[in-house]
Design a protein around this ligand. Sequence first.
Ligand SMILES: Nc1nc2c(ncn2[C@@H]2O[C@H](COP(=O)(O)OP(=O)(O)OP(=O)(O)O)[C@@H](O)[C@H]2O)c(=O)[nH]1
Ligand SMILES: Nc1nc2c(ncn2[C@@H]2O[C@H](COP(=O)(O)OP(=O)(O)OP(=O)(O)O)[C@@H](O)[C@H]2O)c(=O)[nH]1
Length: 437
Amino acid sequence: MPVVAIVGRPNVGKSTLFNRILGRRKALVEDFPGVTRDRNYAEVTRFDKPFTLIDTGGFEPQSQERLLQQMREQSQLAIEEADLIVFLLDVQQGLTPADQDVANMLRRVDKPVLYVVNKVDGDRQEQGAAEFYALGVEDIFTVSAEHGLGVNHLVAGILARLPEAPKPVTDEEVTRIAVIGRPNVGKSSLVNRLLGYERVVANPVAGTTRDSVDTAFVYNRKPYLLIDTAGIRRKGKVSQKLEKFSVVQALKAMERTDIVLMVIDAEEGVTEQDLNVAGYAHEQGRALLLVVNKWDAIEKDNQTLGRFVEKIRVTFKFLPYAPILFVSALTGQRVAKIMGEVEKVALEYNRQVGTGELNKVVEKAVSSHPPAVYHGKRLKIFYAVQVGVRPPSFVIFVSKAEGFHFSYERYLVNKIRDAFGFQGTPIRLFFRDRERK
Ligand SMILES: Nc1nc2c(ncn2[C@@H]2O[C@H](COP(=O)(O)OP(=O)(O)OP(=O)(O)O)[C@@H](O)[C@H]2O)c(=O)[nH]1
Ligand SMILES: Nc1nc2c(ncn2[C@@H]2O[C@H](COP(=O)(O)OP(=O)(O)OP(=O)(O)O)[C@@H](O)[C@H]2O)c(=O)[nH]1
């Protein structure tokens, strides 16, 4: 999990900001310096992205000299431990030599540093915050930790600059694929075919959940892990509850995968269960490909494929982004194409677009179709930030988040897709009120 450290002089409001980001009431915040005795750690999830937040603080400097030394030590620790540093400043106290000193230290660090001026409770302080540009920095965030102003904006700024969290199962480079589908759709046959083409780097090992079999392999010089939920049956499970059991299987596999290969039986078509499972994948934010298997068993004319696609698009109307592949695990037809598609989707799933580009797209979307009027006022969109990948997630700062309908969200998602693609992956939008003017 990436680590974010808040540094700054005593009494600038580190604990207050820490608690504000955590979303909890003030713990122990006192109106005198040095009250945060120990470093506070917390795991936070904002906009679906987890990170560890550290409130460094808790020193009681006896003298100016001692203060400077302690701040250096504190910053050094943060520099070593954190992936991103929030340098908190205080508009009431103004820019001090100690701030300058720490800023000089942070400037040499090869990690993102956010310069954040706190106690900007209103317009008057907003103007005062300008003096901090003397630190020689390009961007300054202004917040009022006490009143929660500017904090979402800051959090979005943090998330946009964080390295993505390492994944829980294997190292970051490995893309995990779960093959799911109802019993008998041909998962095992497909997996055997797939692995027959690719170099398996390890023997199948029992998955960590013990319900599935994971296989590591390499495709196009990139490592993958195949989570095969079909494995369980081979261990001799009773078959009457198989149907239900396979759902549990699928859901478990979905929790630890990046990409879902959803296998559908061409002969049987899409079932209710397929829909539920795919819906879950969508909600979990997993990338997804629809694989229609047993295509050999279908009697075809020149419209069969088109009709099948249409039917799938109508049935899975929440998955317009999912590529559809028609294969036969039996004959091997087009199975070799699957990994190429997976590779493309994995890239989209991890794709980060530039803030400038993103906002051009959003502005254009807004001007050709402005949001509705809400309680007598036209809703406004101010700007957007991509706060994460896997799946690509965006925070949209607006005048009144509660006024935005799902239909407008979908409209923006479509515009973002038109501009950037993001094929195979869901997209998340979070509307948030801009907290200040
Ligand atoms: N006006 C105003 N006061 C604030 C704001 N944020 C924090 N404060 C006040 O500033 C004081 C110090 O806040 P803390 O959060 O304890 O500061 P700290 O940086 O953790 O202090 P140490 O524990 O000494 O390192 C408290 O009285 C807070 O109520 C703000 O946004 N506006
Ligand atoms: N005609 C045809 N039959 C297939 C194809 N793929 C699999 N089958 C058959 O479908 C049956 C089920 O295949 P499996 O691979 O065991 O299916 P599964 O999804 O792993 O089944 P569970 O282990 O029950 O989850 C077998 O009889 C396969 O031979 C295909 O592409 N075409």
